[in-house]
Design a protein around this ligand. Structure first.
Ligand SMILES: Cc1cc2nc3c(=O)[nH]c(=O)nc-3n(C[C@H](O)[C@H](O)[C@H](O)COP(=O)(O)OP(=O)(O)OC[C@H]3O[C@@H](n4cnc5c(N)ncnc54)[C@H](O)[C@@H]3O)c2cc1C
Length: 412
């Protein structure tokens, strides 16, 4: 039996970054995952500037090592396609804080393995793979976690729950039920030889009639591969009576312009689907001796579907609070409320803005109008182009005052 102050359930980006941050704070922890890495995770594989900035600020050597690998394609811009076919190209002219590309696309099988390698560099992180936790028992001093065969048991004072979108703890113990108005379903496929990809790794978001506010994406990967997918809010999907797989097939085979680009493309492997618990509805994400990190805490951006950055960010916040809890010997629900408050402060306004935008994007005409306005507004283009890489600007963007100033004075 293992006895520890802090146990982390799940070694995806949320769990791994919590462990790395704890280690840099000088706190040992136990990190558990049911999978044996490398393991796949259905995702768009886009690693935003939020992720790279957080990791770089933790230790510049981490991003230097990542950049030295060949598992990623650099992202230097975005292409938006409005329902009327208008294309708006937004280049990202500035480098990340680490001096490299502002973002990347990297298959999760590789990126998550990279994080596990970083975890293995830290001797104070006790990593246990192939351990599927199936029982959680509340004890006087914290939680007892156990595998079904009872061969692996961990007692901890603080449990960091980072076991993803299907987290059982989150659903059955923390009470975070799936709400289809704040949940998305998405499909991912890997293709080789998609035509007309940007040479500078621009990621593509296509807003198509009948599937807004969801979107179809093409994210270029190394070696002529691309991550291709389609996502939509679950309640709207049900209301429209759409079948995601058939819709994806229709886009690739029949869409008037997109299908042209797939005529020589080859599907590699199968099409896979997974859920995204969106952060558009504020929920309690801590309790007695536990905090919920990343997808387990429903922290995916409601408009972009970006969840890796928020998983890392919430993990860092959890680690910083854990340090205080250990010092004060207080893991009570009341003390851990500070986690909810801090997460709401740094992510809440960003989520609220995304949710408002998501509602607007339900109307194809509005998307067409927005594309026209953005394309004709240099100032807006500059802001959008910096937004992806500039971590601090993203926080500012969530403030209505920022937009009012920009529209009326052209300054920020
Ligand atoms: C189709 C799709 C496209 C997406 N595209 C993007 C994108 O391009 N960019 C982006 O930023 N985000 C994207 N997301 C969201 C992103 O994938 C998630 O937000 C992110 O993986 C959350 O990280 P996490 O660490 O919280 O959870 P996960 O990455 O899901 O990790 C959870 C870990 O917990 C482990 N685990 C689960 N149960 C147990 C158990 N009982 N015992 C032990 N271990 C357990 C799992 O094995 C897993 O390793 C997408 C999601 C989907 C579905």
């Amino acid at each position: 039996m293992i006895q520890t102050d802090i146990a982390i359930l799940g070694a995806g980006p949320g769990g791994a970054s919590t462990a790395l941050k704890l280690s840099h704070l000088g706190l040992p922890c136990v990190l558990i995952d049911k999978a044996d890495f490398p393991r796949d995770k259905v995702c768009g594989d886009a690693i935003s500037g939020k992720v790279t900035t957080l990791l770089h600020r933790l230790d510049p050597a981490i991003m230097a090592r990542f950049h030295g690998m060949s598992i990623q394609s650099d992202v230097w811009g975005m292409r938006f396609y409005a329902p009327n076919g208008k294309r708006v190209e937004v280049p990202f002219p500035i480098k990340s804080e680490a001096g490299h590309a502002p973002g990347y696309v990297s298959k999760r099988i590789d990126f998550d393995q990279f994080l596990i390698d970083e975890v293995r560099r830290r001797p104070d992180i006790q990593l246990h793979l192939n351990k599927e936790i199936s029982s959680f028992k509340r004890q006087e001093t914290g939680w007892r976690l156990q595998t079904a065969d009872g061969d692996f048991t961990v007692n901890c004072r603080l449990l960091v729950v980072a076991d993803g979108a299907h987290s059982r703890f989150s659903r059955t113990i923390a009470g975070l039920e799936k709400d289809t108005a704040h949940h998305a379903a998405a499909l991912r496929a890997y293709y080789r030889n998609v035509g007309d990809l940007s040479e500078r790794g621009f990621i593509e978001l296509h807003f198509i009639h009948d599937i807004t506010p969801g979107y179809f994406w093409i994210f270029p990967l190394p070696d002529g591969m691309a991550n291709v997918g389609l996502g939509m809010r679950s309640d709207i999907l049900a209301k429209k009576g759409l079948n995601l797989k058939e819709t994806l097939r229709w886009i690739i085979e029949k869409h008037p312009t997109i299908s042209e680009r797939f005529k020589d493309a080859e599907l590699i492997g199968k099409v896979h689907g997974f859920g995204l618990p969106l952060g558009s509805k504020p929920r309690p994400i801590s309790g007695d001796h536990y905090v919920l990190v990343g997808d387990a805490g429903h922290l995916v951006d409601p408009i972009t579907g970006e969840g890796i950055g928020n998983a890392c960010y919430s993990g860092f916040i959890a680690a910083e609070l854990a340090e205080k809890c250990v010092q004060e010997n207080d893991f009570s629900a009341a003390r851990l409320q500070a986690y909810d408050i801090r997460v709401a402060r740094v992510l809440g306004s960003e989520m609220a803005l995304s949710y408002r935008l998501q509602k607007l994007l339900a109307y194809p005409r509005v998307v067409n109008f927005m594309a026209r306005v953005v394309a004709g507004n240099q100032r807006m283009m500059q802001v959008l182009s910096r937004m992806y890489a500039d971590f601090d600007l993203r926080l500012e963007l969530a403030r209505p005052w920022f937009w009012i100033k920009m529209f009326f004075t052209g300054k920020r």
